[in-house]
Ligand binder design. Structure first.
Ligand SMILES: NC(=O)C1=CN([C@@H]2O[C@H](COP(=O)(O)OP(=O)(O)OC[C@H]3O[C@@H](n4cnc5c(N)ncnc54)[C@H](OP(=O)(O)O)[C@@H]3O)[C@@H](O)[C@H]2O)C=CC1
Ligand SMILES: CC(=O)N[C@@H](CCC(=O)OP(=O)(O)O)C(=O)O
Length: 350
């Protein structure tokens, strides 16, 4: 990557949203980046501190409209725009830029599957062919060579990290996977919507997009690759009265004579030496408060009471490993920097 004065010059499109703010928070600790461009839509024209007072102490450019962005000031762009708005924006970017897209716009390799789940034809099918789906631990070599990384969704990150090694090794029945996941409300973004109102989300939980959430095909794409044959999953997301975090509880049937301890061992050895993915001791399960504000994924495996079955619980922060943290991790890999740079903050417990 070309970088001026030994710094990667970074632009953030959608800097006035939740994942944009989280990118800025993380990059504020990064010794090798300099933020040279921030865009907003409603917030365009404002200094960042007016939108996010907690970031006002940073010396950063004023938010601009995407149409007015000066990309000659950037080496890499994070795109943190709503899905559906990103394909045309990225297709129009100068080709000298590397891109990490946090939206869902380039995650599904098959454009027909994209059209089926997102309700419109893909607007940049040629670019889709070069996009690398970037769960960093599962695609590091491809991410290192990529110009465009499709940063994975939050639920798909929490689901695939434990499941991919198990499906690859045939330790579970890949045709019998039930993923029951819960998210904090920041997962829905900062734009006002009825479903995110305090009265709608507090003192209760609810399932949504039951049997039709667009993260199901994203998870299935990863598991299909791991299995070498088409895999479908049951996936149900729930909205929790908390601002951050994802807890994904997955119910599996053991295969090939594997024990629940074998599952834990396969996950632990697959991620041995990985700084951000950890298998807990057998029988222990993580909670979202263990990963709040951190880029870690914690995974627990428990033997079910029903013989031949196991329960896997994974926890991430949706805004960090589920979005901006993994995006910075991918940028580090793309730039040949130590992968943990700016990402080793301990969780904000409790
Ligand atoms: N929140 C999460 O946990 C996760 C989010 N993602 C994905 O990351 C992306 C960003 O999410 P998030 O930060 O939560 O979203 P937000 O709604 O919080 O922020 C969206 C940003 O995009 C800008 N924007 C909105 N519409 C347009 C438009 N038409 N043209 C230009 N800019 C626009 C907004 O500007 P303004 O506010 O000034 O109008 C804001 O800066 C989304 O695709 C989301 O699905 C992925 C994983 C997890
Ligand atoms: C709580 C909540 O609403 N979560 C979002 C997913 C967040 C995410 O990862 O979204 P993208 O795939 O768009 O990037 C949802 O269910 O649509």
């Amino acid at each position: 990557m070309t970088a001026s004065s030994n710094h990667i010059r970074v632009g953030i499109l959608g800097a006035s949203g939740y994942t944009g703010a989280e990118l800025i928070r993380l990059l504020a600790q990064h010794p090798s980046t300099r933020i040279t461009l921030l865009t907003g839509d409603r917030a365009a024209g404002k200094p960042l501190g007016e939108v996010f007072p907690h970031l006002a102490y940073l010396d950063l450019p004023v938010l601009t409209k995407i149409e007015d962005a000066d990309y000659s000031q950037c080496d890499l762009v994070f795109c943190a725009l709503p899905h559906g708005t990103t394909q045309e924006v990225i297709a129009a970017l100068p080709t000298h830029l590397k891109v990490v897209d946090l939206s869902a716009d380039f995650r599904l390799h098959d454009v027909d599957t994209y059209a089926e789940w997102y309700g419109h034809a893909h607007l940049a099918p040629d670019l889709q062919k070069e996009a690398v789906y970037g769960i960093t631990e599962l695609a590091r070599d491809a991410v290192a060579k990529a110009r465009l990384v499709a940063n994975p969704g939050c639920y798909p990150t929490a689901a695939q990290l434990p499941l991919v090694p198990l499906v690859e090794a045939d330790l579970i029945d890949a045709d019998d996977i039930v993923i029951d996941a819960k998210s904090g409300v920041s997962g829905a973004g900062r734009a006002a919507k009825e479903g995110s109102l305090f009265t709608e989300v507090t003192e209760g939980i609810h399932a949504y997009s039951v049997a039709k959430h667009r993260h199901a095909p994203e998870i299935e794409q990863g598991l299909t690759k791991a299995a070498g044959r088409p895999i479908l999953v049951n996936f149900t997301p729930h909205l929790m009265p908390m601002s951050r975090g994802i807890l994904s509880t997955t119910y599996v049937k053991l295969a090939g004579g594997a024990s629940p301890a074998d599952l834990r061992e396969a996950i632990a050895s697959r991620y041995q030496g990985e700084p951000f993915v950890r298998a807990l001791p057998m029988g222990q399960v993580p909670a979202t408060r263990h990963v709040r504000g951190s880029n870690h994924t914690l995974i627990g495996v428990v033997a079910d009471r029903i013989k031949g079955r196991a329960i896997i619980v994974s926890a991430i922060d949706n805004l960090v490993k589920g979005a901006s943290g993994q995006a910075v991790q991918n940028m580090n890999v793309m730039a040949g920097l130590p992968e943990t740079t700016a990402l080793m903050q301990p969780p904000m417990f409790p």
